[in-house]
Design a protein around this ligand. Sequence first.
Ligand SMILES: NC(=O)c1ccc[n+]([C@@H]2O[C@H](COP(=O)([O-])OP(=O)(O)OC[C@H]3O[C@@H](n4cnc5c(N)ncnc54)[C@H](O)[C@@H]3O)[C@@H](O)[C@H]2O)c1
Length: 256
Amino acid sequence: MKFEGKTVIVTGAGSGIGRAVSIYLAKEGAKVGLFDLNYEGACETAKEIVSTGGVSMPQKVDITNKDMVFKATEAIVKEYGPLNHWVNCAGYSKIIPFLEHTEEIWDRTLDINLKGTFFCCQAAVTYMDKEGGTIVNFSSQSGKKGTNSYAAYCASKFGIIGLTQSVAVEFAPRIRCNCICPSVVRTPMWDKQLHDYANKKGIADEAVMPRFISNTPLARLCEYEDVTNLVSFLLGKESSYMTGQALNLTGGACMY
Ligand SMILES: NC(=O)c1ccc[n+]([C@@H]2O[C@H](COP(=O)([O-])OP(=O)(O)OC[C@H]3O[C@@H](n4cnc5c(N)ncnc54)[C@H](O)[C@@H]3O)[C@@H](O)[C@H]2O)c1
């Protein structure tokens, strides 16, 4: 198994991409710390991991609270040993026209996506094994190009690319840090905002995903397996000459 005996923390482990990544890593032998503000969600993920014989520990963590992030990290390290890998999936998004962005939406988006990822990277480099380790952050294709009605989200995801590069430079060669920029993955995050997107475009809810597909050269949405394949590559030795990168996972929809 590729991650046999490794200690990994995944944030946003209670839903969507974070859940898929956690289950994948546990299947590959990792001991996984499952961080999420939604503790019930993290426990559901743990249940699924246990049912396949894997090892994991759910923790209720608000990643915008540095103290909570560090305490939960200490608990995982105490139980499983020094960290080998960390994957930052926790995130928040809201589709809303630029002039309707309130200060609350701006702060919430930047706090969760950027400040939260920053605190988690601080904990990761603090508790990582002396031999080194790897971090994967989640940006987005909205971290590469401005998107209509997504100002706060885009700003946070552009910021994650800068944060990733800074961590990569400061902690090389011991720790590598890269990020992934996916297009649309059909997760609970998308289900929550599908209707707002349809409204914005003046189309039916059912027309949203076909529209994304028709704008994608590889003519399909991004699947969980596409994401776990890339996470696996970036955490593992196959990518040992890569750090500070922001890799598109967009079926060709974004090519820079
Ligand atoms: N789904 C997509 O199409 C897509 C595309 C590009 C990038 N992304 C990014 O991938 C990541 C995962 O997205 P997803 O679609 O799986 O979302 P999701 O909403 O399904 O899961 C996000 C998880 O983050 C958790 N979370 C939110 N705020 C938190 C906080 N303060 N502390 C701890 N946990 C918190 C939520 O409880 C939830 O379990 C996000 O960073 C998102 O921006 C998603």
